[in-house]
Ligand binder design. Structure first.
Ligand code: SAH
Ligand code: SF4
Length: 364
């Protein structure tokens, strides 16, 4: 039986070139196809008139652009955030968020439908795990944001204009955070493949230093990242400074206890010579006291680290409240005494519950 069509977005550029060779075409045509899609934003075969007809016909018969449809779209009242609920072919839905702060465009993308990690305050965790996303579905989210920035130009005329001058005409996607739905290190291979595709210098060419992957603390994944040359940023969600406190918020702490997590983080920092961003969701009266801040200070003291404090975004399944501005400042002051830089995340876009109620922009 004929295999199903490949999703174009699953393929690396090298694989696309290798496919062309296997079909008996010179790789240059595949390179042109790659540029049409990732540089010019063109997915209309008919508009790809620089491809020889035979190669185009073959590619069209083998490849499919599995874009994600918009099931719902919301814009925050401050105009800085747009949240897209994107539809997958099996009717599952994922969230992708476009953020425009401080003149920079950031896409916050999902790695899974739902999440198996069950963090009690997280809307995605409350949903449970449905499935992993494929690499192509992860790439397609970034392409969705890219198309929004382009003004979705899929007509032949616009495509030609864009092909002639791929970068000049629109704001480009530059920053990527894997902080949407799901746990990226639970879907390691697909996530890394997607990041490789998005980093391709002949494509979207996202710079590694503008990509941040956030993990709940999947220890084997952190060890693997430490051993591989993957120069993007790592954020680790901490939320508790003792094993017992952390486990009440983050159930998988029972599987990967705090001391093992800290060992993995130190190993990562040592191997990569790169700091870790620790994320801390501030929940009033729960993990925001001065004593807790001292415990965090003692835990992380001496590490190449930065703490990103995120006041809780209330979710229906969890009764907690966000920490106020003053208490957050006090928390920061204590961390500073331990030599730990920190930020408090802006809660812009909160009126649309952007990013699964977990809008968290990596600030560097
Ligand atoms: N699964 C990964 C990445 C997605 S969550 C992780 O947990 O790190 C991204 C960040 O948003 C995490 O730090 C997470 O703890 C935080 N978060 C989740 N729900 C939140 C909420 N309701 N309010 C504030 N932060 C939240
Ligand atoms: Fe999953 Fe992250 Fe939500 Fe925890 S916070 S349930 S790991 S998405």
């Amino acid at each position: 039986m004929e295999p199903a069509l490949h999703n174009f977005y699953d393929l690396t550029r090298d694989e696309l070139l290798a496919l062309a060779s296997r079909w008996g075409f010179p790789p240059v045509h595949a390179a042109r196809l790659w540029s049409y899609v990732y540089l010019a934003g063109v997915e209309d075969w008919a508009a790809m008139d620089e491809l020889p007809a035979r190669y185009r016909a073959k590619a069209e018969g083998e490849l499919q652009f599995r874009r994600l449809g918009t099931a719902h779209e919301t814009h925050s009242s401050d105009g800085f955030t747009r949240k897209y609920l994107l539809a997958l072919p099996d009717a599952a839905r994922i969230e992708t968020v476009l953020m425009r702060y401080t003149g920079r465009v950031t896409a916050c993308i999902s790695s899974q439908v739902g999440c198996a990690m069950g963090c009690v305050f997280c809307a995605t965790g409350q949903m449970g795990f449905m499935r992993h996303l494929t690499a192509g579905e992860i790439v397609a989210q970034a392409m969705h944001v890219d198309a929004v920035l382009r003004g979705t130009q899929h007509t032949a005329a616009l495509a030609q204009a864009a092909a002639a001058s791929p970068h000049a005409r629109h704001e480009r996607l530059r920053n990527l955070v894997l902080m949407g739905m799901g746990e990226p290190l639970h879907n390691y291979d697909a996530v890394m493949r997607a990041i490789d595709i998005l980093r391709d210098p002949n494509g979207l060419a996202l710079a590694a230093k503008r990509i941040t992957l956030s993990t709940v603390g999947v220890v084997p994944g952190i060890m693997r990242l430490a051993d591989e040359a993957r120069p993007f940023h790592l954020a680790v969600s901490l939320h508790g400074a003792t094993q017992a406190e952390r486990a009440t918020l983050v159930p998988v702490a029972k599987k990967w206890p705090l001391d093992e997590l800290m060992d993995a983080c130190r190993y990562y920092i040592g191997k990569q010579q790169r700091r870790i961003f620790y994320e801390w969701t501030l929940i009033e009266g729960k993990n925001d006291t001065v004593e807790t801040a001292h415990a965090v200070g003692q835990l992380l003291r001496g590490q190449l680290a930065q703490v990103n404090l995120i006041p809780l975004n209330p979710t229906p399944g969890y009764a907690g409240e966000p920490t106020g501005r003053e208490a957050a400042k006090q928390f920061q002051a204590v961390l500073a005494d331990y030599g730990l830089p920190s930020t408090v995340r802006q809660r812009r876009g909160i009126d649309i519950a952007a990013g699964c109620g977990q809008l968290a922009v990596a600030r560097r």
